[in-house]
Design a protein around this ligand. Structure first.
Ligand SMILES: Cc1ncc(COP(=O)(O)O)c(C=O)c1O
Length: 487
């Protein structure tokens, strides 16, 4: 019997040679998971230390697994995933939705060096760190212009203001996104027009945009599309949700047909790629203008709020820089009413340290997603739950998905979430109420049932823990815990 000490938990670990069980005590001494097994007198008793050292896999295999967490260690195909799949999961553990500690442990010295530079320089606003990070982002996204801003929300706001979108305008977007996308449309005085999502990708469905325009708008004599209440339909904001690009080829065709600007909300999808027939493009670079959020939990996260706008047009980029600083050019001469949308030097310094690791992290997230997929198969759960859709997987892309979130669709979602919570597995619901049903948007006149796919998704989806460093053991514990719920 081995006494284990976990961060806030003690465990007595079963070893078949001792015919005991597994007993875990949490920090306040409650017993969790008392699993006992019949003493088997036919087996000899040795102390583990007396045993010759065995391969980790063999040692793991001797330990007790909860009956509802039985594992299949049988070999299948000869690939990395299956090698990883041989590691058993049986220990109760705390699995956070996201854990940034490993990233900080690895990069802490460089991050501190970068922030110390800023503190020593005394230059905190729009200095060399912002410039350098903007340049690095241009290279990473393969785009001519990048403008560092104070958050993803402010990126949206600054873009809409720069494009002159406001009162008398309407902008089409998805009702199944983070609030900021539609919130900013409303904040500049324009009307959010919603179009439903594809039930598999959770991204806006191109044909729904077309239906939205054809059914709710009419074309005036100048060929401009207007809503019934007279607002001019100016733009669409597709959101590359959870790290998967929208169907940008079809969306761009629709945008051209209805003369709409395309603003790509790539807040969750930095680095994600889309397969055009003749080229591969990164999220944010396909429309007129795109934006990222560097909220700490994003794939590239700052130590606070930060964001970025990217675009191909020089004049638009220059205007954005003006709007970023109160519409000021030169100092204290204001041509337009902008805002304080500036990216801090300290955040830029941190982001510049992290950016070179983004591709590696995206690959690690994908490996983790693949492992979840394999584990759900092993656990026989693929008929019960829907794993994320990967429409571009076989299109020759590297980042066909960047798995900002790993979102499943699960029956009895709320009960499942509670069950996982009891096992200390953190999950999240993105998003529990579609935007057309939010109180603040009642004035738009939508009602329940208007966007059924978004409404279903809001009731059925669950985000599971995913981050580059998540252990296979933790993932297997998550899957086994889900299997236990449905068994
Ligand atoms: C799709 C989407 N758009 C916009 C934002 C706003 O970004 P920020 O939190 O940096 O303001 C977020 C943030 O989560 C988001 O997920």
């Amino acid at each position: 019997m081995v006494l284990l000490r976990f961060p806030d938990r003690f465990g007595l670990l079963y070893d078949e040679r001792f015919h005991a069980g597994i007993l875990f005590l949490n920090a306040i001494g409650e017993i969790v998971w008392p699993v006992l097994k019949q003493h088997n007198k036919t087996k000899s008793q040795h102390h583990e230390q007396d045993e010759p050292k065995k391969a980790p896999q063999e040692r793991h295999a001797n330990r007790l697994t909860r009956p509802d967490m039985a594992i299949n260690t049988g070999p299948t195909e000869d690939n990395v995933l299956n090698d990883m799949a041989k590691l058993p999961s049986y220990l109760p553990m705390r699995v956070p939705l996201l854990d940034l500690s490993e990233q900080y442990r690895a990069l802490g010295d460089s991050i501190r060096e970068g922030t110390n530079d800023v503190l020593a320089s005394g230059c905190f606003i729009l200095g060399p760190k912002v410039k350098a990070f903007e340049k690095a982002m241009c290279a990473y996204c393969d785009t001519p212009h990048a403008i560092g801003v104070s958050s993803g929300t402010d990126a949206l706001l600054a873009i809409l203001m720069t494009l002159g979108i406001g009162h008398g305008d309407a902008v089409i977007t998805t009702p199944y996104t983070f609030f900021a996308t539609a919130g900013c449309i409303a904040r500049v005085g324009a009307r959010p027009l919603f179009a439903d999502i594809d039930p598999e990708t959770y991204n806006i469905r191109p044909s729904a945009i077309q239906e939205c325009i054809e059914q709710n708008c009419q074309r005036d004599t100048d060929g401009i599309w207007k809503t019934r209440s007279g607002e001019r339909v100016r733009a669409m904001i597709p959101v590359h949700l959870f790290g998967l690009c929208c169907e940008m080829d079809t969306l761009l065709e629709i945008a051209e047909r209805y003369r709409l600007d395309v603003i790509e909300d790539a807040a969750q999808a930095i680095g994600a790629e889309f397969p055009f027939s003749k080229r591969i493009a990164r999220a944010g670079t396909m429309g007129k203008i795109g934006l990222f959020s560097f909220y700490p939990s994003k794939n590239l996260g700052a130590a606070g709020d930060a964001g970025m706008v990217i675009c191909g047009d020089e004049k638009l980029a220059a205007n954005l820089r003006t709007f970023r600083e109160h519409g000021m050019q030169p100092r204290y001469f204001h041509h337009v009413v902008g805002g304080n949308f500036r990216l801090d030097e300290i955040q830029a310094a941190i982001l510049a340290v992290k950016l070179p690791y983004l591709e590696k992290w995206a690959a690690a997230r994908r490996t983790a997603a693949d492992f979840y997929g394999a584990e759900f198969g092993r656990a026989g759960l693929t008929q019960r739950i829907s794993t994320p859709c990967e429409p571009y997987r076989n299109c020759g892309l590297t980042n066909h998905h960047v798995y900002h979130q790993y979102v499943i669709r699960a029956p009895m979602r709320d009960a499942l979430r509670e069950h996982l919570g009891k096992r200390e597995i953190q999950t999240a619901i993105y998003y529990p109420l579609a935007l057309h049903e939010q109180k603040c948007f009642v004035y738009l006149g939508y009602k329940k049932g208007d966007f059924p796919e978004s409404e279903h998704a809001a009731c059925e989806t669950l985000a599971l823990p995913i981050y580059p460093e998540i252990s296979r053991e933790a993932q297997r514990y998550v899957v086994d815990s889900i299997a236990a719920f449905y068994s």
